[in-house]
Design a binder for this molecule. Structure first.
Ligand code: B16
Ligand code: MG
Length: 220
C-alpha cells in the first residue's frame, strides 16, 4: 500500500493550457512598448510569477515601480479577456477522469499555482469544487522554486509533505516539490522537467493504479 494521501496539481501546463493566452497578452504589451518577445521567450516563463515574468521580459531595463505595476495591470487585463472564453472544454485530456479517480480513492486534491487568476480559471473550467485546498499567487510570498507554496497547500490539506505527489510542467515547480520531499511527476518536455521522479507527456498518460504501485515501491 502506498502512504500517499494527497495530489497537488500545478495549473497552467498540467490541467489546462493557458500558456498561449499568457503569450498573447505579454506579446501585445511587448509590441505596444517596442520590446522584443518571442514564443521561445514565453516558454521560459512557464510557472514564473507575473512580476518575475515582466522583469525577464524587460531584460535588465530598469523602470520605476509605478511603471512596473502599470505594465503588469495591462498584461493582466489582456490575459483576463482570454480567460472569459475558457470553458470545461479547455481541460486537458484525461484530467477530469484522473481527478475523479483519485477522489474516489480518498486521495485529497490540492492546487499549487503561481497564478493570481487560478480560482477564476478553475471556476471557468468547472472543477473548482474538486479541490480540497487551493494555493495560488496570493498564498505565499516566495514563489517556486521555493517550496513554500506546496508546503502551504500540504498544510491546508493536513497531509505531511512526504505523503504528497506534485504534478508540474515547469522546472521551478519540480525543484520546489523535491525541495520539500514531495514525489514529483513531471508533465511534458523532459528538457524542463528532467529532474522529476517520473516523467509523462501529459496527464492522459497517467494510470492511477500504476502510479500508486510505483509509489508503494519507492524508497524515500
Ligand atoms: P498570473 P502555473 C503560471 O501558472 C504561468 O505558467 C505563468 O506563465 C504565469 O506568469 C504565472 O502563472 C502567474 O500568472 O499572471 O495569472 O498571476 O503554471 O503556476 O499554474
Ligand atoms: Mg505550470
Amino acid at each position: 500500500m502506498s502512504d500517499i494521501s494527497a495530489f497537488i496539481f500545478d495549473l497552467d501546463g498540467v490541467i489546462t493550457d493557458t500558456a498561449e493566452y499568457h503569450y498573447q497578452a505579454w506579446k501585445r504589451l511587448a509590441d505596444e512598448e517596442g520590446l522584443p518577445f518571442t514564443r521561445a521567450d514565453n516558454e521560459a516563463l512557464r510557472g514564473v510569477s507575473r512580476r518575475e515574468s515582466l522583469l525577464r521580459l524587460l531584460k535588465g531595463k530598469v523602470l520605476p515601480e509605478a511603471q512596473l505595476e502599470a505594465y503588469m495591470a495591462r498584461k493582466n487585463a489582456y490575459y483576463r479577456a482570454f480567460l472569459a472564453q475558457l470553458t470545461p472544454a479547455d481541460l486537458l485530456e484525461g484530467v477530469a477522469e484522473f481527478l475523479a479517480q483519485a477522489r474516489a480513492r480518498g486521495i485529497k486534491l490540492g492546487l499549487g499555482s503561481a497564478s493570481k487568476n487560478a480560482r477564476e480559471v478553475l471556476n471557468n473550467l468547472g472543477i473548482a469544487d474538486q479541490f480540497d485546498a487551493i494555493g495560488d499567487g496570493y498564498s505565499v510570498s516566495r514563489t517556486k522554486p521555493a517550496p513554500d507554496l506546496f508546503v502551504w497547500v500540504a498544510g491546508r490539506l493536513n497531509v505531511p509533505p512526504a505523503q504528497c505527489v506534485v504534478f508540474e510542467d515547469a522546472e521551478a515547480g519540480i525543484a520546489a516539490a523535491r525541495e520539500c520531499g514531495m514525489y514529483a511527476v513531471g508533465i511534458g518536455d523532459p528538457t524542463r522537467v528532467g529532474a522529476a521522479d517520473l516523467i509523462v507527456p501529459s496527464v492522459a498518460h497517467l494510470q492511477l493504479d500504476d502510479l500508486l504501485s510505483r509509489l508503494a515501491l519507492r524508497t524515500h
